[in-house]
Write a protein that binds this ligand. Sequence first.
Ligand SMILES: Cc1cc2nc3c(=O)[nH]c(=O)nc-3n(C[C@H](O)[C@H](O)[C@H](O)COP(=O)(O)O)c2cc1C
Ligand code: SF4
Ligand code: FES
Length: 548
Amino acid sequence: MSLEDLQGIAKIEKDRQEGFKHKIHICVAAGCLSCQSDLLKAAFEKEVNIRGLENWVDVKGVGCLGLCAAGPLIAVEPQGTYYRSVQVTDVSEILDSLGGAPVSRLDGSSQLPFFKRQEKIVLENCGKIDPERIEDYIAAGGYEGLYLASRSAAPSEIIEEVVASGLRGRGGAGFPTGLKWTAVSKANSSTKFIVCNADEGDPGAFMDRSVLESDPHRVIEGMAIAGAAVGASHGFIYVRAEYPLAVKRLRTAIAQAERLGVLGNNIFNTPFNFDVKVRLGAGAFVCGEETALIASIEGRRGTPRPRPPFPAEFGLWGYPTLINNVETLANIPPIIRKGGKWFASIGTEKSKGTKVFALAGRVNNTGLIEVPMGTSLREIVFDIGGGIPEGRNFKAVQTGGPSGGCIPHQHLDMPVDYESLAQVGSIMGSGGMIVMDDSSCMVDVAKFFMEFCMSESCGKCVPCRVGTTQIHNLLSKITGGDGKPADVRMLEELCDLVKSTSLCGLGQTAPNPVMSTLRYFRDEYMAHIKEKSCPAGACGMGGSKEAK
Ligand SMILES: Cc1cc2nc3c(=O)[nH]c(=O)nc-3n(C[C@H](O)[C@H](O)[C@H](O)COP(=O)(O)O)c2cc1C
Ligand code: SF4
Ligand code: FES
């Protein structure tokens, strides 16, 4: 494969696409497929054939369009219309409307704040390209970044761009990606590995799944660029087996990339070789922790080990290993194509670029969104998310999943970036964002996350194994109406202990939801304990009728 070959494929595909007058993009990511968007696509294809419009109307399956809860979703171009909850019975009317006004009955609109307020880098191809066709990815500029990286005179130039971009790891901790790449590149070994962490175990999180289902080549290209930069020839994608569609599309994409020669030996006629293999996880949350993940890929039981040594120096089978999250790697190709400076111009001083969030819970527009770092929580919940349903009141946003915290009303105007979230007692995490209204009991929410950590604790160290169970027992006691004032003190002591003495991030962050709800919603804990009532009316012990 040469640059001319790549450009040739892009040109043929672009010419083909430009030949169509109208485009109907039907979401075939998991959310919409669960509403039978595959049947909808087949119905559009059939009707287009019956009408003899095959050369005029392009019916294409695409990745997630974002408004997942309103699926099946379709986008019509160049009309610029989105339709939600489309049925097979709507097909004829939509085809009739092409070239004219959108079907208002179907709530067609391109002006929804949900779409207008977002800025897409990671998701720029989602909803536009067919995730099962490499040609479509190439026509969108795909593999140009890999071309530049593999032809780069010095791998350090690639790393310099990543450093200049200010990109921080999207897997949770926000570690500077350029620093990590520098460490692996400096490790003295002829064998190195790239690992893409697609374990995504946080409850409510589906960002990485959507990226893999919608734009798998983007992640593969990011891995290959990383390989060229740090001197690695082998990559593994560790993805949970519960994501069968993501796994299928990844495998298809790898086979296509190998066929075209953008994976394999002598990529772009250079000495650079890189291959990618998929490894399936069985769904243990702890296997997302990097040392447990390494053990799992090696075929051992997935439990964390103390660090140092860090994987950058002692990773897979003892070799230097670069581990990055799906979203981190998906940011890499545009950074290499457009430059680190371009990326650094988006976001805030210390948090660059955009962030993808899985917006869920008590909010009108649930789905997948991407916003520049620094966007306010209010804008996310009320403009993009469309506010709280049924006229109820906003209570809190939970970010960072089981490692994060609950952010109350008074912080709605804070910018969403790594520093600001930490200041209010939460974390960015991987991008789960759950909105809660006044019917949510915050003690119960803390109990839910603690139950998750308790069940997912691998049991290797005592503070986490025993501590999460003890904290969960205390929370159950309080929500059950048997709590005593001393239990709150005990909760705080246990949280401190588990946080400071656990071996890995699971235990070290498991107390966060309890600590943040104690910080902002202490009165709810005290109402359960002193008045034996749940203010939200959620714990079956009486409470506000309003909230029931
Ligand atoms: C319990 C636990 C679960 C984790 N799960 C994930 C995960 O599913 N995906 C992920 O990318 N990182 C996860 N991490 C963070 C990884 O250990 C690691 O920091 C990350 O993959 C590094 O990639 P990044 O620098 O691109 O963020 C988890 C950490 C812990 C402690
Ligand atoms: S903190 Fe929890 S999950 Fe991590 S090693 Fe200890 S027991 Fe296992
Ligand atoms: S899965 Fe279809 S819009 Fe997200």
